[in-house]
Design a protein around this ligand. Structure first.
Ligand code: ATP
Ligand code: MG
Length: 440
């Protein structure tokens, strides 16, 4: 009870962090099932890592001069021991940390997948939240390019499984560190010659990370960017061969893609292959998934050097596309039976009946009354109707005395035959026979 002076405290959720309500549960489950089935088909195993990691893990891997680390991370000091911690803004660094910590690569390469919430302090808008969900794959210990192709094929199979059309695959190669360094020098040189045309952000990045300027979202800069030196012209033989082999495998498997030399991605750890799946159907938030190769990250985080690649997709953006495809799809499934009862003895029998039905595989909602006071059958029937159940199972004084239940079909016969109708009918028949026999 509140003290008479106390006002009830009414808080909304934190801005950009959403409740996912029961009415959305079926769509999420549909997506998760499809992802799980698809990734199992490629032999990927699920890994779960904590939501909180040491801040230095992200600063070291994602890169100190990236948007994520510069301004999007939720960092805090643990008040009890002073540790610098962060809510994870992405999961690749954490997977690599876990792989090193638990020697996962000791007995060979690993194919892993994960799914869960990520946190970035961005301006909330459609498709962009502060808590959002990513599902991703990480193939650790493979030098590719066949594994680059494999993770892209897995992504495509997931889109197919979800019947998502019109996702465009954009592909690029970033080459190796030394090739990038040579390109970076030429690029910085070029940009300095056009410094009066750059915006503030670009000027700042000129010193820290000129490659990121290529990724600018400022339309005014696109023209100068088009004339900038191309990394492709700085690539050595091995890098070219890797990229060509990947393209050949994709083409042979009917995966279409466009080459986008300006695709650099927002994290520092990538090399060679990078890619993104994009759509025009989500307004400004067109990127639904992205990934690439990060051959140096494992070593950089203290592990035995091993190549790796992966991708991550934004679950909310995928679900948005699914909803657009079919707005009325995937309502929450209704329960099979609603059990009504009145009186102490009937309640005892109701529990036994409900448990039997559940054991037989049905979804059963048993009426619960607040304070134990008897609730009229008419009122209970309203709840039964609203529950969407196929059957009402009624237990009153007569049923208690005869050890039976009364079963009433709540939906039209045609409805009752949908879905697991056979299973339901058998369970209900089973139950009634059992009870009738017992009751003599
Ligand atoms: P964007 O260019 O839209 O900011 P990003 O390059 O930062 O995306 P990644 O770090 O590659 O995104 O993350 C992979 C996927 O996660 C994105 O393609 C997107 O679908 C999703 N994603 C990223 N940030 C958000 C966010 N703030 N809210 C919802 N989804 C997001
Ligand atoms: Mg971003």
């Amino acid at each position: 009870m509140l003290h008479p002076d106390q006002k009830p405290l009414r808080l909304a959720s934190v801005k950009g962090m959403n409740d996912i309500l029961p009415e959305q549960a079926a769509l999420w489950a549909h997506f998760e099932d499809a992802a799980q089935t698809t990734l199992r088909a490629y032999g990927y195993q699920r890994i779960r890592t904590p939501i909180v990691e040491h801040t230095s893990l992200f600063a070291r891997s994602i890169g100190a001069a990236t948007d994520i680390v510069e301004k999007e991370m939720y960092c805090f000091t643990d008040a009890l021991n002073g540790e610098q911690l962060s809510l994870r803004p992405e999961n690749t660094a954490a997977i690599v940390r876990a792989a090193i910590e638990h020697h996962l690569l000791y007995d060979g390469p690993k194919r892993l997948w994960y799914s869960g919430p990520m946190f970035r302090h961005e301006r909330p808008q459609r498709g962009r939240y502060r808590q959002f969900h990513q599902l991703g794959v990480e193939a650790l210990g493979f030098a590719g390019p066949d594994v680059d192709a494999e993770i892209i094929l897995a992504g495509q199979r997931l889109w197919d499984c979800l019947q998502l059309q019109g996702l465009r695959l954009e592909l690029n190669t970033l080459g190796q560190l030394d090739e990038r360094a040579a390109h970076r020098a030429a690029l910085a040189d070029y940009l300095k010659r056009h410094i009066e045309l750059l915006d503030e952000d670009a000027k700042r990045r000129l010193e820290t990370n000129p490659l990121r300027i290529l990724d600018t979202k400022n339309p005014a800069l696109q023209d100068i960017m088009r004339g900038a030196p191309r990394l492709m012209d700085f690539l050595g033989e091995a890098s070219r061969a890797h990229f060509e082999a990947l393209r050949r495998i994709l083409q042979a498997n009917g995966i279409s893609f466009t080459l986008n030399p300006r695709l650099v991605r927002g994290l520092d750890y990538y090399n060679l292959t990078v890619f993104e799946w994009v759509t025009d159907r989500l307004g400004a938030q067109g990127s639904v998934a992205g990934g690439g190769r990060y051959d140096r990250l494992i070593e950089q985080l203290g592990g035995k050097p091993a190549p790796a690649c992966g991708w991550a997709l934004g679950v909310e953006r995928i679900l948005e596309l699914l909803k657009e495809n079919d707005p009325g799809a995937r309502p929450e499934p209704h329960c099979d039976a609603y059990v009504l009862h009145q009186g102490e003895a009937a309640r005892t029998q109701a529990f036994a009946v409900s448990e039997r039905l559940r054991a037989a595989g049905l979804s059963v909602v048993q009426h619960c009354s607040g304070d134990g006071a008897p609730v009229r059958f008419k009122t209970q029937m309203k709840h039964a109707d609203a529950s969407g159940a196929q059957y009402a199972v009624i237990i009153g004084e007569d049923e208690v005395n005869s050890g039976t239940v009364t079963i009433k079909a709540l939906r039209r016969a045609a409805d009752a035959l949908e879905g697991n109708a056979a299973q339901r009918r058998i369970a209900v028949e089973c139950l009634s026979r059992d009870l009738f026999e017992k009751g003599g």
